[in-house]
Design a protein around this ligand. Sequence first.
Ligand code: FAD
Length: 288
Amino acid sequence: MLDFDFLEPASVGEASRMLADLGDECRVIAGGTALMLGMRQRMLTPSHLVSLGRLGTLRGMALDERGGLRIGALTLHAEVAASPVVRERWPMLASMASRVANPQVRNQGTVGGNLCYADPSTDPPGCLMALNAQVVLASQRGERILSMADFLVDYYTTALEPDELLSEIRVPAMPADACGQYARFLRTAAEHRPLVSVAFVARRQGAVCTEARIAVGASTPIPLRLSRAEAYLAGKTVTTDVAAEAAAIVASDIEPVSDARGDADFRRDMVRVVARRNIAGLFGLPQA
Ligand SMILES: Cc1cc2nc3c(=O)[nH]c(=O)nc-3n(C[C@H](O)[C@H](O)[C@H](O)COP(=O)(O)OP(=O)(O)OC[C@H]3O[C@@H](n4cnc5c(N)ncnc54)[C@H](O)[C@@H]3O)c2cc1C
C-alpha cells in the first residue's frame, strides 16, 4: 500500500481549506470503495487523504419544507434503499439503491462518492437525473447548486472545483400524478455493474402520459436526458406501439460507448429493449 497522510477535518470549511492548500496531492475519501481500488491499482497516488468521516452534517436524509428529499453526501446506498420515507415517496430511488453493486459496497459506499467518482457504469446518476435532482457543492467560499447535467461533465469528470465537496443531493417531491421506474441490464448475473440503464418518470392521467422524463445511463460517458422521446410521449395514450416507438427514439438519439463489456451496437439494442419494457411496464402493459 502507498504511504499517505490521513487528515480528519472537523468541518466542511476546514476540509475545503485542506483541499485548497494541498492541491493535486490530495484526495477526499468517503467510504473508500472506489478510491482504495484506484490506489491499490496505482492509478491514484495521493500523498494525503482528506477523510469526511467526522463531518456529521453530511450524513443522513431529511425532508425539506417543500416535501423534497435531502440526501447527505455520506449517506450509504443501503440507507437509501432501506429508508421508509424514500420507499414510500420515491420508490424508484429506493429500488435503484437496493440494486447497486452488492451488500458490502452498499453498506460502505456513499451516494456522494458514487456521484463524485463519475464512473459511467453506475446507477444513481441516471436515476437522479430523471428525478430532476440537484447537487450542492460546498467550500470555504460558500455553496453552489447544480443540476445533475451540469455536475456530470465527462468520464470520471465532474464540475467539482479542487476545494469543493459534494455536501448534499436534493430530490424534488414527486407530483401526486407522477410515478417512476428504474431499469438496468446486466450482461451476466455475476456482474454487478449495469451495462445500460433507463430511468423513466411519467406524469399520467390514466393511460395518457402528460409529461415524461427519460434518462439513459451506463451506456454513454455521462447519463443523458432524451428530450425527443420525452416530447413524443407527452400527451399520448401509451400503448405497446407507442412504448416501442419512444424506445426506438431513445436508442437512436444516444451515442453508446464500446468497451470490453459490450460494443456500441449491442448497448444501443439493449437500451431500446430496456426502455421499451420500462415505459410499457410503468403503464401496466405487457413487456415482452
Ligand atoms: C465491486 C464493486 C461493484 C460496484 N457496482 C456498482 C453498481 O452496480 N452500481 C453502482 O452505481 N456503483 C457500483 N459501484 C461503485 C460504488 O457505488 C462506488 O464505489 C461508491 O458509491 C463510492 O462511494 P465511496 O463513499 O466509497 O467513495 P470513495 O471511494 O471514498 O470516493 C470516490 C471518489 O469520490 C470522491 N469523493 C467522495 N465523496 C466525496 C464528496 N462528498 N465530495 C467530493 N468528492 C468526494 C473521492 O475523492 C474519490 O475520488 C461498485 C463498486 C465496487 C467496488
